[in-house]
Structure formats: structure tokens, C-alpha cells
Write a protein that binds this ligand. Sequence first.
Ligand code: SF4
Ligand code: SF4
Length: 292
Amino acid sequence: QGKEIPYDPETLRRIRDHPCFSEKACHKSGRAHLAVAPKCNIQCNYCVRDFDCVNESRPGVASEVLSPEQGLARVREILDKFPYVKVIGIAGPGEPLANPETLETMRLIHENHPHLILCISTNGLLLPDVIDELIRYDAYNLTVTLNAVDPEIGAQIYSHVTYKGKKYVGVEGAKLLLEQQLKGIQMAVERKMIVKINTVYIPGINDEHIPEIAKVVGAMGVFNFNIIPLIPQYKFADITPPTPAMKRAMHDRCAPYVKQMKHCQRCRADAVGKLGQDVQSSLSSPCAGEKE
Ligand code: SF4
Ligand code: SF4
């Protein structure tokens, strides 16, 4: 199952206290997502942008977007009310790294609450470009959504990719995205980040390819692998999603290559609490009074 990595005590803490990296942590430790990142730099064919980024979150009512300062205030409130929250993550509602507010939020939290575990979820396009800033803020828990390691398959999943102001489509766009993803994952492993790969299971598009993805990332030294069943919408609205039995069978096919995460809850981009026991509705709304 991937490469054996000797973990230092701090890395072990970031694994053991994070409910998405350690199933045992689910019962004692919570996570909070701060929805500070509305924009996205790619278009996945399964995403309707009125909702949260479905690479990490389940679609629902779009999360209320917070400014970095509002995010910090929310962290204070969360720690006050729910002291078992040990992880602060940014997972949307768009692509975290496409929004400068994400890094500013991380900086504020790191300076004010250095004991918290910082976590980020990304499509990987900008990962090599900003990875050292993540390290500066001790954000060592990383999720990259990787749906293909073959640009021909990627081209069926992504409509376009926008990088440094230029829009790329088809195989060219998928190839650029893949190069950045693999480079970013490699850099993350070298920096001792704890890397989770999310792969959306899209029957008829990447299903036969998923074990190959697991093989590639397992050999690179990622920590675990999370298979997310497609939620059929937008260009993939007519695809029937995989059944739980198909998902279990896919985990079995991928398990020889990399540790499998099987307890993902498809949280919202503003989820707070223990996995499956969200409490965000009991927090105050920082935007109350600002709406028309
Ligand atoms: Fe949607 Fe997330 Fe894909 Fe962007 S990366 S298009 S927000 S699913
Ligand atoms: Fe963890 Fe899955 Fe929720 Fe992300 S969506 S915080 S991986 S349980």
C-alpha cells in the first residue's frame, strides 16, 4: 500500500487528530470548513457553480462566503462553543487556491491559533505555485482531486482550465491540469505534507481508469485515497452514479496500491463539527444584516 513513510511526532498528530485522515479521530475530534473561496479556475463537467465545489463537498445550498477576517472570527466562535474542533479546512465553495483570500485566512489563523491543524482541498492547478506559502502557515494536510492520469480521459471530464489568464480546452487543458497536479503532489510529498487524493467515480468515463490513478499516487507516497461517487449534474446529468456495491468493489481494486478512505461524509464547504454531526447552524451568521 504505497510507500512506507516514517512519521515524525507532529505529522502523527496531524494524522491522528484529523477525522478525514484517521477514522478513529472521527469520535473525538472535529473539523470546521471556512467558506472563504468562491471562485474557480477550471470547469468540471459534473459541477454546477451555484453550489459548493463537488470535488470535496456535496452540492447543497451555496455556502455563505466569509471574508478572511470573518473566517478568523468564526474560528474564535467555534473554539469557544466546540473545543473538540482541532482542524480548520478550506474546501470552497469554489477552488480554494484560485482565491487569494484562502492564503490570507490561513495566515490569520496560523498567527492567532498556531495549535490548530490547517487543511486545504484543491483541484491542484495552482498547487506548485503556492505550496511553499501553505508550508509557511503549517498547512500540512492536503487533499487533491485527481480524476485521471491520462489527458485523453481528463479531456472528457474538464471543459476548460484557466491558468495565468489563458484559457485551455480539450486535451491541452487536461494535460496542463494533470502536469500541475502531479508536480504539486510530488512537491507536497517531498515537503512531508499528508496528502489525500479524491477521485470522482464517473461510470463510463474514468471507472476502468481509477485503479491506475491509485497506482500512480500510491507510488508517489500519498497517504490515502477517497473515491467519491459522481453526483449526476451539468454535462454528466445523464450518467447513472455508481452503487455502494460498485464503490466497495472499486475500493477493493485500488487497495493494493494505496490506503483507502471509506468514511467520507461529503461535507458542505461550511461544515462544522464531528463528521456526520454538523453543528454549523448553531453559529452566528457574520453576514447577517449585510444582505439586501
Ligand atoms: Fe466545480 Fe470544484 Fe470542479 Fe471548480 S473544481 S468546477 S468548483 S467541482
Ligand atoms: Fe473529510 Fe470527506 Fe468531509 Fe472532506 S468531504 S471533510 S474528506 S469527510
